[in-house]
Ligand binder design. Structure first.
Ligand code: GDD
Ligand code: MN
Length: 387
């Protein structure tokens, strides 16, 4: 049986259609189901109206005393659930209820414990989002992948609000999310072995408008920080940044000695200094930052066991490959600024900042994937094409 929690805040105009389509989708999937509407004191009568639909649909309504947030609404709804599968879906028809059938099929097939409806895989998409909303969503996804690389691995849409999870993977787990992103909480804390993504197109709202605002964005950042602490990634980040600072120092000192004292040509000194820093960073990350990772040889949420049997040399070569663009950017900025008359060490510092910024903004999941994640179980991510 699947228990679908539908969080509502002022969705009276659309909730009947949502319940009807959800029932039709789950009947078509021949899956026993229940719907749990969790309403946060809507002012438009959503709760009363949903309760009046109980004779037509297998729906229960949990009323909460105030607007307490989407993610905790899902958690509270799951506490009432009777199903062995738990799901979440928005009430406004932007998550097409028909996708529930896909999520059920994905979890009724052997292996997967989590099934996520993804906008960012082939067959997925967002219908009428503005460029601003698309950029905001992609940036939020990228930020999460950089702050929580062990948690998100290759999940293409960790911001998704539509997903299903095997209840057993949450036994004994205390879900304590902030804001909107309940899936982040599940990915960080559930003991799951395999996650399947199914494509969907985020649809137009059935009625009303999005309740996402500045408060939810702030809560998202708080949630990320809390999960980084709870999963050990914050401590790993502190070690990783300390190693990066040591590498920057090695880069600058080596460049000063080679080009400034030994008279090496800049085009030889800059790459040599950067490479020496990279080698030092690799061995310090190997022995300090990610010590608990490669020992377990677990994946970081990849399809194949990229880390599984990787030895030291292979990790080193993967690290060099992951860092090559940042290193090139560092060298380019250093040489260009020096040639334009900027003092050598100032130019080199600017090169370090440029290369470091590139890695921080675009490359962290790639770099951290060299060592994998200290997950208790190896995890795999696979994708279901639209059936
Ligand atoms: N109970 C409760 N409490 N429900 C809420 C609250 C709340 O404080 N805030 C919003 N909801 C309900 C809305 O009624 C709707 O059913 C659902 O949560 C989503 O709210 P929207 O405001 O429409 O969110 P969105 O469309 O901008 O974003 C949604 O989709 C994204 C992509 O899947 C959310 O689910 C995001 O978390 C998600 O990333
Ligand atoms: Mn919506």
């Amino acid at each position: 049986m699947i228990s679908v929690v539908i969080p509502t805040y002022n969705e009276a105009a659309v909730i009947a259609e949502t319940l009807r389509r959800a029932c039709r989708a789950l009947e078509a999937a021949s899956e026993p189901f229940e719907l749990i509407v969790v309403d946060d004191s809507s002012t438009d009568g959503t709760a009363e109206f949903a309760e009046s639909l109980a004779p037509q649909f297998p729906v229960r309504v949990l009323r909460r005393p105030g607007r307490l947030g989407l993610a905790t609404a899902v958690v509270d709804g799951w506490k009432l659930a009777r199903g062995d599968l738990l799901a979440a879906m928005d009430a406004d028809l932007q998550h097409p209820p028909e996708v529930l059938g896909e999520l059920v099929r994905a979890l009724r097939a052997p292996g997967a414990d989590v099934a996520v409806a993804s906008r960012y895989m082939s067959g997925g998409g967002t219908s009428d989002w503005s460029l601003v909303r698309r950029f905001a969503s992609k940036s939020a996804t990228h930020l999460a992948a950089s702050v929580l690389p062990w948690t998100l691995g290759n999940v293409s849409d960790p911001m998704s609000g539509m997903f299903a999870v095997r209840a057993a993977t949450l036994d004994g787990v205390r879900l304590d999310p902030t804001g909107y992103k309940i899936l982040l909480e599940v990915l960080a804390k559930a003991r799951y072995r395999a996650l399947v993504e199914v494509p969907y197109v985020f649809d137009r709202r059935g009625a009303g408008s999005s309740k996402l605002g500045g408060r939810q964005s702030f809560e998202y950042l708080v949630h990320l920080a809390r999960l980084a602490g709870a999963t050990g990634q914050l401590a790993a980040w502190v070690r990783y940044l300390a190693v990066g600072l040591s590498g920057a120092t090695i880069d600058l000192v080596t460049l000063y000695l080679a080009a400034g004292r030994l008279g090496w040509p800049l085009l030889a000194a800059a790459p040599a200094a950067i490479e020496l820093a990279l080698v030092s960073n690799f061995f310090l990350n190997e022995s300090l930052t990610f010590r608990s990772c490669h020992a377990g040889e677990h994946e970081i949420g990849s399809r194949e066991s990229e880390v599984g049997s990787r030895g030291l040399l292979s990790r080193f070569l993967h690290y060099e490959k992951a860092c090559v663009l940042g290193a090139l950017l560092n060298a380019l900025v250093t040489v260009a600024l020096t040639k334009s008359g900027i003092r050598l060490l100032t130019a080199a510092a600017a090169g370090v900042v440029a290369g470091g910024a590139w890695n921080f903004l675009f490359n962290i999941p790639n770099i951290w994937r060299v060592w994998g994640a200290p997950t208790p179980v190896s995890r795999s991510i696979s994708k279901c094409s639209a059936s």
